[in-house]
Structure formats: structure tokens, C-alpha cells
Design a protein around this ligand. Structure first.
Ligand SMILES: NC(=O)c1ccc[n+]([C@@H]2O[C@H](COP(=O)([O-])OP(=O)(O)OC[C@H]3O[C@@H](n4cnc5c(N)ncnc54)[C@H](OP(=O)(O)O)[C@@H]3O)[C@@H](O)[C@H]2O)c1
Length: 336
């Protein structure tokens, strides 16, 4: 297959703290695949606006960003060149990958050990890997969800959240889905959520006090702030709160809030607050990927792709700002 001598990629050029002003599109030289490698033409990349902005602030704890720094994590695409010693992959195969530095670029060289062969290089498959996987691992392994549990999910219509809602429903749970928007609320009802709370119209704490007096068995939170506080206050006996992000204040000054020490809220309930950052749990990912793809292929799991179109590396900043403004429903995707 013919290939270009050079291609485009997005890099952090300077650390300004802001995505748009930190990044720029540059040229990379085509590299042939080595032994055990393939070259992939990336077709769609997933927007991880919060992680990306943290990179531009150099506040990702396990990465030290030194410009020029390659950006982007997950992508789907097609194999365009196969190295020696590669079995089971040929040119044209659809592939999903998820590795920092490989997403926001037109081509990538990948070790076969870290590619997932998929049925098609579609935006829906991109939404599943890794957001669906993170949802599954976070809910099952960290939240230890069980059939019959009452599960609350914040940012429930988001790229991660809509998978948490569905996986909890498939597990036989009662699901409370939280959002800030009526259109998203309507979609969440159609997705199967049992109770949808638009927190701009209802007070979440009142809903939980009045309708769920026994509390939440699992609360899956990626918003933080007052939603997190409300979840802590409403955990059931042996309830588990999964901290999966804090979108509402990740780039703000640390807020000090006057509360009793947290053990006073947890001890008598034997409740717990558990951090979940997918990077820390690689051992669960292969199995979860198989199951999440199987559920999707069998029509049991919808993958929502936000309808706002973004095309080309020059629009990654637009995609990022769209997500940070909370305007998305489902995974924000950039076509490459
Ligand atoms: N634990 C992990 O390993 C892991 C993996 C991937 C992502 N994450 C985290 O999970 C969260 C969700 O990521 P995502 O990419 O799927 O994003 P997303 O949920 O698709 O988008 C963000 C959503 O957050 C909600 N939101 C609440 N407060 C907001 C605020 N102040 N500003 C903007 N949006 C606000 C909005 O939905 P509503 O209008 O419905 O409130 C918005 O659509 C992020 O915090 C991310 O860092 C964690």
C-alpha cells in the first residue's frame, strides 16, 4: 500500500495551561513497522478534554510533559502496513488502540500486543474503547456492583456516564441518572434509567432523602463538588462511592469546605470512598474489552457519539472546548 512521506500530528508546543494555545499541528516522518508492529491510519480519535487540559497544565501525576509532546489517547483506524512476525493481522483490518501519544495523529506505529481487532473503525467502537471499558471496570471492580443495588451516576449522559448507566442496568440495578439538561434527561430515560435528576431543576439531596431513604449502594461520580458531597451524605450501609473524576473543578483552585471529618460519615455505615483512575488497573482491561465489545455486537449496549461533528486535527481544540462547556451527549469524536 502506498503511503505519504510525512503526516500530521498534534503536539503540545508550550505549556500555557490552556489546550488551544498550548498545542499545534506539526509534521511527522512516516516510519515503517518494525518486527511485531503494524502501522495504522487513524480514522477517528476520542476527545479527552479534561485529561488533555491537565497535560497542558502538566498536572497529570504520572506524566512529566516536556514539549514537543505527542497528544491523544484512543483512536480507531485501519492497518496499512504489517511488520515481520505479525500473525493474524493484514492490511485493511479495523483496529482500536488506546495509548497516550497515539490518538491525535494521522498514522501511528503500534506493537501488535496493544491493538484490539474490531469489526469496524467506527465512532461507536471508539466510544467503547476505552470509555466503556473504564465504566465497566470502575463499576464492577471498584464499585463492586451487585444485582438489586441502587446506583447513582453523575454526568450520566457523558462519554463515560452513559456506559455506567447501561452496565448497571444490565447488572440488574436501579439506576439514578444525573444530568444538567432536559434533552439529555429525555435520552437517559429512553436508555433505561429508572430515575433521572436534572440538578438544575431538582435538588439532588431532596430527591435522595425523599425517594431513597436507605441510601445509595453505589455512587459513581465524575463531577465532584456538591454532587460528590451529596453522594457521601447519602451512602447506604456498606455503600461504595467511586471517585472517577471531578469535572466541575479539576482546573480550579482547591476548595476547602467545612465538613466533619469524613470518617464520621463512613464508619457507622461501613461505607467507603474509592478512587478509580483506569491507568492503575491494567490487569482488568483485556477481559473488559472482550465483554464490552461482545455486548455491543449483540445489540445489548448502545454507544452514544455526540452529534456535533469535528474534522481534522485543527478541530481538536474546538472539540475540547465543546466538552468542557458540558454541551456534549455521549463521546466527543474527531474524524481524522
Ligand atoms: N476514572 C477514569 O479512569 C476515567 C476515564 C475516563 C474519563 N474519566 C473522567 O470522567 C469524566 C467524564 O469524562 P468524559 O470524557 O466522559 O466527559 P463527559 O462526561 O462526556 O463530559 C463532561 C460532562 O460533565 C458534566 N459536567 C458536570 N459539571 C460540569 C462542569 N462544571 N463543566 C462541564 N461539564 C460538567 C456535563 O454533563 P451534564 O450536563 O449532564 O452534567 C458534561 O457533558 C471526566 O472527569 C474524566 O476526567 C475518568
Amino acid at each position: 500500500m502506498s503511503h505519504p512521506a510525512t503526516y500530521a500530528k498534534l503536539v503540545i508546543q508550550t505549556l500555557t495551561g490552556d489546550f488551544r494555545s498550548s498545542t499545534g499541528v506539526t509534521s511527522a516522518t512516516w516510519q515503517a513497522p518494525g518486527r511485531g508492529q503494524v502501522v495504522i491510519r487513524n480514522r477517528y480519535a476520542g476527545c479527552n478534554a479534561i485529561f488533555d487540559k491537565n497535560l497542558c497544565r502538566n498536572t497529570v501525576r504520572y506524566v512529566d510533559v516536556k514539549p514537543p509532546f505527542d497528544m491523544g489517547i484512543e483512536s480507531v483506524g485501519h492497518v496499512v502496513a504489517v511488520g515481520e512476525g505479525v500473525a493474524g493481522l493484514t492490511e485493511g483490518d479495523a483496529i482500536a488502540t488506546s495509548k497516550l501519544g497515539t490518538g491525535y495523529r494521522e498514522y501511528q506505529v503500534a506493537d501488535v500486543s496493544r491493538v484490539i481487532k474490531v469489526r469496524e473503525a467506527s465512532p461507536q467502537i471508539l466510544a467503547l474503547i476505552p470509555s466503556g471499558i473504564s465504566a465497566m471496570v470502575g463499576l464492577e471492580r471498584i464499585g463492586e456492583v451487585r444485582s438489586g443495588d441502587i446506583v447513582a451516576v453523575s454526568a450520566a449522559a457523558g462519554g463515560l456516564g452513559h456506559f455506567v448507566v447501561q452496565i448497571a442496568k444490565l447488572a440488574g440495578c436501579h439506576v439514578i441518572a444525573i444530568t444538567s439538561d432536559d434533552t439529555k434527561a429525555q435520552a437517559l430515560r429512553q436508555l433505561g434509567a429508572d430515575r433521572v435528576v436534572n440538578y438544575r431543576q431538582e435538588i439532588l439531596a431532596d430527591v435522595l432523602t425523599n425517594e431513597y431513604p436507605k441510601g445509595l449502594d453505589v455512587a459513581y461520580d465524575s463531577v465532584g463538588g456538591p454532587i460528590f458531597d451529596t453522594f457521601v451524605d447519602h451512602l447506604a450501609m456498606r455503600g461504595r462511592l467511586v471517585v472517577s473524576g471531578h469535572t466541575s473543578d479539576f482546573d480550579k483552585e482547591v476548595e476547602f469546605v467545612p465538613h466533619p471529618r469524613v470518617y464520621r460519615k463512613l464508619y457507622w455505615k461501613s461505607a467507603s470512598i474509592r478512587g478509580f483512575q483506569n491507568q492503575a488497573f491494567p490487569e482488568f482491561f483485556a477481559e473488559a474489552a472482550d465483554r464490552i465489545l461482545d455486548l455491543h455486537y449483540r445489540g445489548r449496549l448502545q454507544a452514544w457519539v455526540d452529534p456535533t461533528p469535528f474534522k481534522g486535527l485543527v478541530q481538536v481544540a474546538d472539540a475540547s472546548e465543546h466538552l468542557l462547556a458540558g454541551r456534549n451527549q455521549g463521546k466527543v469524536v474527531i474524524a481524522l
